[in-house]
Design a protein around this ligand. Structure first.
Ligand SMILES: *[C@@H]1O[C@H](CO)[C@@H](O)[C@H](O)[C@H]1NC(C)=O
Ligand SMILES: *[C@@H]1O[C@H](CO)[C@@H](O)[C@H](O)[C@H]1NC(C)=O
Length: 384
């Protein structure tokens, strides 16, 4: 409320005066009087000047030209006709990617009500995501990745009715993810590389996303059995968390999924036979888990499968069709005919008493290898 009152007085002050005094509004030269084409651009000016004041370091001088009333000429600020009134020019996008800027996001950014795109990846913004972001009713893409945002998952994103693309990866968000996130009509959820915890909620599989990346957090518990309901899912990466259940048989219903990565967890049991029904599968990574049993025969015959990484588990049995896959890693298992397998002693329990014992497998000693792979993963996944 404080902000809207402040803004109101600002507005009233200026509306009564075409050429307002500018001295009290910071940093302007006396020869550049403010005048705005429309109220939305005036609001944008208020928002952007507040943001500039909230920036403590801008080594590339991206905001150095954030002066005066022509906000559409500011670096990283993009104007377009307003969707609800094509005659009005308004701020439609912010793109300060790779700016190395330190500071925070002020509540005044909620004045940018025509924003469709807000991209600030690879900066050092910290603090919280402003509650006033809920005024960004047509925001479509929110990319806050690779910054220093911390605290609880930003619930305000749940209130953005037009949001399709949510990218919060490479920050320091902690705690659980709200179940409402998975009921939201999003197309992509990237929340990898934070400090998020907890089991995933049962409604996980309601999410209509085509891409979901939850890697490099501290999620645990079960891989949700509702996963199989995600008919539109094309890519999912759950690697490097603490998932401990079996893989649900429902994944056989993921007919559009091309990339499926659950590596570096503690998943037990066999691969479900139904995995051979994932007809679009191109890349499958189940490495570094506690999986055991045989490889389902139909899996390695999937027509599009060109990468299958299943090293460092306790698989037993023969896998002739798998040897034909372009990129295949099967080391560190208990495959009798293959090189680089676990020792006879380590493998004995899996041949004797079946899959259940795989839960006791010690994969903790493989930490160094794990680190290398995660690093490679991070480089590959760095937002741009
Ligand atoms: C940014 O501006 C400062 C002060 O004018 C200058 O010293 C510095 O070289 C500028 N940095 C870049 C990357 O242009
Ligand atoms: C699966 O992919 C096909 C072909 O791209 C597409 O037509 C179909 O709508 C997709 N299914 C879902 C549920 O998104």
């Amino acid at each position: 409320m404080g902000i809207s009152l402040l803004f109101l007085s600002f507005f009233i002050g200026f509306s009564s005066c075409a050429r307002p005094p500018i001295s009290s509004h910071g940093g302007l030269h006396s020869d550049s009087p403010l005048s705005f084409e429309n109220l939305r651009l005036r609001n944008a000016y208020t928002a952007l000047q507040a943001w500039k004041r909230a920036i403590s370091s801008d080594p590339l001088n991206l905001t150095a030209n954030w002066l005066g009333s022509n906000v559409c000429s500011y670096s990283g600020v993009y104007c377009a006709p307003a969707p609800d009134d094509r005659a009005l020019k308004t701020v439609a996008g912010i793109d300060l990617n790779h700016g190395d800027i330190a500071g925070n996001l002020p509540e005044e950014l909620g004045l940018l009500t025509d924003l469709a795109v807000f991209h600030i990846n690879t900066n050092s913004f910290c603090g919280a995501v402003p509650d006033k972001f809920r005024d960004l009713k047509i925001l479509f893409e929110l990319d806050l990745s690779n910054n220093r945002f911390a605290g609880a998952f930003p619930l305000v994103v749940l209130d953005l009715p037009s949001l399709k693309f949510l990218d919060l990866r490479f920050n320091e968000f902690k705690g659980t993810v709200p179940r409402e996130l998975f009921d939201k009509d999003l197309d992509a959820i990237f929340i990898n590389h934070n400090m998020l915890t907890g089991p995933l909620p049962g409604n996980f599989g309601n999410s209509p996303v085509s891409a979901m990346v939850l890697a490099d957090n501290k999620f645990g518990g079960c891989v949700p059995s509702s996963l199989g309901n995600m008919a539109g899912l094309e890519e999912i990466i759950l690697s490097n968390n603490g998932f401990r259940s079996c893989l649900p048989a429902g994944i056989g219903r993921l007919k559009n999924t091309t990339v499926f990565d659950v590596s570096f967890n503690e998943i037990t049991g066999p691969l479900p036979e139904e995995i051979g029904e994932m007809v679009s599968l191109e890349q499958l990574n189940v490495a570094h888990n506690k999986l055991s049993g045989g490889i389902p025969a139909t899996l390695c015959r999937l027509p599009k499968l060109k990468k299958f990484i299943f090293s460092d588990n306790a698989f037993t049995g023969e896998v002739p069709d798998c040897l034909k896959i372009g990129e295949m890693e099967d080391g560190g298992n208990c495959l009798p005919e293959r090189p680089g397998q676990r020792s006879r002693d380590q493998c004995k329990p899996f041949f004797l008493s079946g899959p259940a014992t795989a839960a006791h497998l010690d994969v903790g000693k493989l930490g160094t290898l794990c680190f290398i792979n995660v690093k490679q993963y991070m480089q590959r996944q760095l937002p741009n």
